[in-house]
Design a protein around this ligand. Structure first.
Ligand code: ADP
Ligand code: ADP
Length: 239
């Protein structure tokens, strides 16, 4: 049974930019999928259609048994709370400390008046600390986020997404702004977490070498179409 089932997904920007040109694909629990393709292929549009940051033009999405395409209002918020996001530019609050940034992963489940005063559940705080320890940020917990390196910021981004306790993790070019050493650490940690928690991850990358190294499944996109779908070893050097 797929966790996410996508049928005939089309996204047209403006009058004629067909960013997605009919994508049908199923993703299964625990898969570590890397989506590769050149700039402009439609990778980012694909991710944004999945978490409904944008509306698709045509097509159908079924996520965790629910039809996401028709979801709106509170139903959409509930669906989105099951989808963790990791961004190229981290999207942290720079002047706020690391642990509070991570606790923002629980905002969807924290009453507004409590979050305003920074009152999070003890169990959430404990889990946030454990996650930060796991990614090697034990000593940075009370630092301001803007004092961290890019690689450290992205690891905070991972912890924030995980604290949401998602069923699906989406990462749009998570290592595009990082040096190779930090990029490997981030990919390694994402890969290990996916394996350990049996968490489905869909990661957009434009670097084929990282995809081959870490993916359990590679999906190649070109001009809004799937041109490859298989194991890293099956990927020819042409793509
Ligand atoms: P990738 O992430 O693979 O680089 P994108 O999904 O960003 O690809 O873009 C796919 C195509 O859609 C490109 O031709 C891009 O210029 C276009 N595009 C992306 N976002 C928009 C937008 N907001 N408005 C119009 N065209 C867009
Ligand atoms: P990235 O490299 O992170 O995908 P881009 O430079 O492609 O960033 O896009 C940055 C923003 O501009 C995005 O919000 C994207 O949707 C939008 N965008 C991309 N291409 C176009 C386009 N052809 N027309 C209008 N907006 C676009």
């Amino acid at each position: 049974e797929p966790l996410l089932s996508i049928k005939d997904l089309v996204k047209v920007y403006g009058k004629s930019t067909r960013a997605l040109n009919g994508i049908s694909i199923d993703f299964y629990p625990g898969e570590f999928i890397v989506v590769i393709g050149p700039s402009g292929a439609g990778k980012s549009t694909f991710i944004r259609c999945i978490n409904r940051l944008i509306d698709s033009t045509e097509g159908n999405l079924v996520f965790d048994g629910d039809n996401l395409e028709k979801a709106s209002g509170s139903k959409l918020r509930k669906e989105r709370s099951k989808i963790g996001m990791i961004f190229q530019h981290y999207n942290l609050i720079g002047r706020t400390n690391v642990i509070k940034n991570v606790l923002h992963g629980r905002l969807h489940d924290t009453p507004l008046y409590k979050s305003i005063f920074g009152f999070f559940k003890h169990e959430d705080k404990k889990e946030a600390v454990e996650l930060l320890e796991k990614v090697g940020l034990k000593d940075q917990i009370y630092k301001r986020a803007d004092e961290l390196s890019g690689g450290q910021m992205q690891r905070v981004g991972i912890c924030r997404a995980l604290l949401q306790r998602p069923k699906l993790l989406l990462a749009d070019e998570p290592i595009a702004s990082l040096d190779p050493i930090s990029a490997n650490i981030v990919m390694e940690q994402l890969h290990n977490i996916s394996k350990e928690k049996k968490l489905t991850c869909i990661v957009n990358l434009h670097q084929v070498d990282y995809a081959k190294k870490y993916a359990s499944r590679i999906v190649g996109i070109k001009k809004g179409r799937v041109v490859f779908d298989g194991k890293p070893a099956e990927l020819s050097d042409k793509i």
